[in-house]
Structure formats: C-alpha cells, structure tokens
Design a protein around this ligand. Structure first.
Ligand code: HEC
Ligand code: HEC
Ligand code: HEC
Ligand code: HEC
Length: 406
C-alpha cells in the first residue's frame, strides 16, 4: 500500500520519457488526414464551390442529376470506406455527366477532401446504422432500465433517458458512457445487475434507440475539426500512456493500442470497447493510484482523432490479400503486380504518405479522369472495387516495396 505513490511517480516519469518516443514515432510515419480533422463548415462551402451541389442534393436540397448524399438509404453505404468505394465505382459515370454538363472536376487537396468528408459525415450518419427496436430491448436486458426511466417508465437512480441531451452521436455517446462508468459502478450493487457488455452491433442498436428517444438535430458539428495533436497530449495528461503502449513504447498493463485488429472498428463500436473494458481498466487504475480521468468539451473528439492517426480504427489488412486484389481488380495491368509502376501507370505508395480513404478519394479526384481515358484507349473496363477491398488494398499500398513481393 505504502509503495503506491512511488510506483505512480516512477510510472509517470517513464510515461513522460515515452511520450518523447511517441512524438518521434509520429513524425517518422507519414501523417494521414481523416474526416475527424476536417472542418465541416469549410466542407459545406466546398460542396458548393467544387460543384458537387450542381448534381447532388443534401437531404433534398441541391441538384437532382445524381444521388442525394445526405440520405442513407442503402445501409451498406453508410461508412466512409464504403462511400469512397461507391464513388470510385461510379466515377466514370460522374465524369460523363460532367462532360455533358460542361463542368470540369476541380482539383482538390487532401485537406479539402477531409473537410468535405467531415461535412458528409455530419449530414449523413457515417457509421453502421442500428436497429432502434433491438436497441430498446437491449436497454432493458442490459439493466439500464433498472436505473434509468424512459419518459417516466423505469428506475429512478439515474436521469430519465429522454432528459439527457448531447449524447446521440458517436463521439458524444463515447464520452458520456466513459464519464458515467463510475456512477454506474457505485450504484450497481443496489440494483443487482452485472456489468453489461456490448458485442458486435449491439452498441449501434442501443445508440439508434437513444437517438430515437432523444431526437433533435445533431450537435456534433461543434466537435469538429478535432485536433489529433491535442488528443496526443490528452493521452498523456489523462494517464492513458501509463498503462498503454503505442508501438511497444509505454505501459504494458493494458494492451498496445497500435497493435492493429482483425476487423475495422466504427466509432460507435469504440464506445462499446471502452465500456466493456471499464471495470478492468478502473481496477487497474485503482491499483496504480491513477485518478479516473473525465472527458469534457472537445476532448473525446480530439482523442479519437489521435487514435485515428494511430490507425486504431482500421483493420490490419493483409498485404498478401491486397496484392491478390490489386491483380484481380485490374489495377496491376497499368501499375504493375507490385504497384512498382509500368509505362501505363505510375508507381503507387512508398512515398512515406499513408494511403487511406481520404488519400484514395483525393487521388481519384485528381488522377481519375486520366486513368479513365487510359482504360478507354486500352479497351479495358474501369476497374471496380468491392466493399471490403480497402483494408487489404491499403495494407498492400502502404507496405514497403520489398515487402509487397511474394
Ligand atoms: C456533373 C454531375 C456531378 C458532379 C458535379 C459531382 N457528381 Fe458525384 N456523382 C455523379 C453521378 C452521375 C454519380 C453516379 C450515380 C449516382 O450516384 O447518382 C455520382 C456519384 C457520386 C458518389 C457515390 C454516391 C453513391 O452513394 O452512389 C459520391 C460519394 C459522389 N458522387 C461525390 C461527389 C462529390 C464529393 C462531388 C464534388 C466534389 C461530386 N460528386 C460532384 C455526378 C456528379
Ligand atoms: C446502477 C445504476 C445504473 C445503471 C444500471 C445504468 N446507469 Fe446510467 N447513470 C446512472 C447514474 C447514477 C447516472 C448519473 C450520474 C452520472 O451522470 O455520472 C447515470 C447517467 C447516465 C448517462 C448520462 C451521462 C452524462 O454524461 O450525462 C448515460 C448516457 C447513461 N447513464 C447511460 C446508461 C446506459 C446505456 C446504461 C445501460 C448499459 C446505464 N446507463 C445503466 C446509473 C446507472
Ligand atoms: C491503470 C491502467 C490503465 C489506464 C490508466 C488506462 N487503461 Fe485502457 N485498459 C487498461 C486495461 C487493463 C485494459 C484491458 C482490459 C480488458 O482486457 O478488459 C484496457 C483496455 C483499453 C482499451 C481497449 C483496447 C482494445 O483494443 O481491446 C482501450 C481503447 C483503452 N483501454 C483506452 C484507454 C484510454 C483512452 C485511456 C486514457 C483515458 C486508458 N485506456 C487508460 C488499463 C488502463
Ligand atoms: C488503364 C490503366 C490503369 C488502371 C487499370 C488503373 N490505373 Fe491507377 N492510374 C493510371 C494512370 C495513368 C495514373 C496517373 C494519372 C495522372 O497522371 O493523372 C493513375 C493514378 C493512380 C493513383 C494516383 C497516384 C498518385 O500519384 O497520387 C492511384 C492511387 C491509382 N491510380 C490507383 C489505382 C487503383 C487502386 C487501381 C485499381 C482499382 C488502378 N489505379 C487502376 C492508370 C491506371
């Protein structure tokens, strides 16, 4: 017991040294933009300035030449990767329409594309949609209703769900649940429920239900642009670094948060991961004398932007599978089997910049028309991508050239 403060001091000192390591490591890797870093207000302006509004409407207002980008009608198109995939597949049709309308694709920088995506993220619901009816059943079966009423019906230990505002978006929801865990832990023995765990899409369903009960316009716009550099500072100041390593450097009480994962994690699922681990995390915090950190304002958004820059949300794609796709989808025909470049197309990746959805969309916007002309002159079809290709393709394109070969 007496040794705890000393252990804590030592770990804090180690943490500070480690942060230096994290800084260097961050600089070594090429930074990649994400929509979380985009400015949605600027994105709204760009949507008009770059001519998108001429053809696409946002929830009914705008052009009607192409699909409405504000309405999520097809569940499969709800996340960013899928939006980029559809955009890639539909690009030739888009360019043909542009020619017909006498419009030219205005060039865009990666920064502008992340602004646009931040805007699209806010106007459509960019996460897997959930099932509100199932969410309602979860609210009961996971014991939430033992403490929370919904419009008067249910427990009275916590606030009525309908009266809690600012919790109906992924970032806010993650923040609210994180901050709330201690209050729940304190009261849980009173109602005799076990710590509920959420698996797979359950958190999406629960959030869909919460959104139905809480309603109102989305208030997340004020959280963007998020600042990953501030997120990195928070990772230190909120003591996460005491227990979590990044690329092997840091505490080892909890898992390394850059180790990669089997499947990509949506931001709502991230809320579930944090929630499921809370009891162990809090036990470890008590044992190490680390105070339970609370998040307010922009902080969770900034932390998520930092996690995103660590690629924590991305699946650990397979270089081997990506290599196979690069050939089977027809990219290798012009870019070469190892994306080393041929006379028909340039070498890809390897420039130190990380290829992700934003980078791919930017490349499509800049180089797509020329790429399309090439396919036409060769008499080959436009190479189409499938929904789950991106993770493996990115792993392949981000691998060092020597690691790409069989
Ligand atoms: C000249 C008209 C035109 C302009 C300008 C235009 N698009 Fe498109 N876009 C299309 C057409 C046509 C399609 C394919 C069919 C469809 O989705 O209706 C398409 C498809 C897309 C898709 C795939 C949508 C889906 O779910 O099927 C995205 C995303 C997209 N465009 C984004 C943009 C963005 C961002 C801009 C502005 C930078 C833009 N488009 C400008 C005509 C246009
Ligand atoms: C053992 C009682 C208890 C259970 C079970 C419980 N809560 Fe709570 N909850 C509370 C209390 C007490 C508060 C108010 C104190 C606080 O906000 O930290 C609260 C607050 C909240 C808040 C608001 C946090 C904020 O930032 O305002 C949310 C959201 C919430 N609970 C969601 C849930 C969900 C979802 C479940 C089911 C998985 C659940 N709660 C289960 C006791 C409980
Ligand atoms: C005192 C040690 C400790 C601190 C401080 C701590 N964690 Fe953890 N964390 C853990 C442990 C232990 C686990 C694993 C729990 C389990 O396996 O259920 C974990 C799990 C996690 C996970 C799930 C990892 C995965 O991919 O499965 C995330 C995300 C996470 N922590 C984020 C954070 C963040 C963000 C902070 C700072 C606000 C933080 N942790 C602070 C100990 C800690
Ligand atoms: C018909 C030949 C051809 C095919 C097939 C082709 N590309 Fe390209 N690609 C090109 C050419 C040519 C360029 C350069 C265009 C320019 O200079 O504007 C290019 C550029 C690119 C760029 C941008 C490079 C940069 O410097 O930013 C990316 C990314 C890309 N292609 C990816 C792909 C992927 C992924 C596939 C398969 C789904 C594919 N290409 C299929 C010919 C092709």
């Amino acid at each position: 017991m007496r040794r705890r403060p000393i252990v804590w001091l030592a770990t804090a000192l180690i943490a500070l040294t480690l942060l230096g390591g994290v800084l260097v490591w961050q600089q070594r890797r090429g930074r990649s933009q994400s929509f979380l870093e985009g400015n949605p207000v600027n994105g709204a302006y760009l949507f008009q300035a770059k001519g998108c509004l001429h053809c696409h409407a946002i929830s009914g207002s705008g052009g009607h030449i192409a699909s409405d980008l504000g309405l999520v009608t097809t569940p499969g198109r709800s996340n960013l990767g899928e939006l980029v995939t559809t955009m890639w597949n539909h690009a030739p049709e888009m360019w043909r329409r542009m020619q017909k309308e006498d419009l030219r694709a205005a060039p865009m920088t990666e920064g502008e594309v992340s602004d646009l995506f931040a805007f699209l993220y806010l106007v459509r619901y960019m996460d897997e949609p959930g099932d509100a009816a199932r969410g309602r059943r979860l609210f009961e079966s996971k014991g939430c209703m033992q403490c929370h009423a919904v419009r008067g019906q249910g427990g009275k230990i916590g606030p009525d769900l309908a009266a809690i505002s600012g919790i109906d978006t992924p970032i806010e929801w993650t923040q609210a649940l994180w901050n709330h865990a201690p209050a729940m832990e304190k009261n849980i023995s009173k109602v005799g429920v076990a710590w509920p765990r959420f698996e797979k899409s359950e958190m999406n369903d629960l959030l869909a239900y919460v959104r139905e009960v809480v309603g109102g316009p989305r208030s997340e716009s004020k959280l963007l642009p998020a600042d990953p550099r501030h997120g990195r500072e928070l990772f230190n100041s909120k003591s996460c670094v005491v227990c979590h390593a990044l690329q092997g450097e840091g505490g080892h009480t909890g898992p390394d948060l850059t180790a990669g994962r089997q499947s990509p994690l949506s931001m709502v699922q991230f809320a579930g991961v944090m929630w499921n681990h809370s009891p162990q995390m809090y036990q470890a915090m008590n044992a190490h004398g680390v105070q339970r950190p609370v998040f307010g304002g922009q902080e969770m958004a900034d932390l998520m932007a930092f996690f995103n820059s660590l690629r924590y949300f991305e699946a650990n794609g397979s270089v081997e599978a990506g290599r196979g796709l690069f050939t089977s989808r027809g990219c290798s025909r012009c870019h070469g089997a190892n994306a080393q470049g041929t006379s028909l197309g340039p070498a890809l990746g390897g420039s130190g910049r990380h290829v992700n959805s934003v980078a791919l969309a930017t490349a499509l916007w800049r180089h797509g028309p020329e790429m399309y002309r090439r396919t036409q002159s060769l008499g080959i079809p436009w190479p189409k991508l499938e929904e789950n290709d991106l993770g493996d393709l990115f792993a392949f394109l981000n691998a060092k050239p020597e690691d790409r070969q069989k």
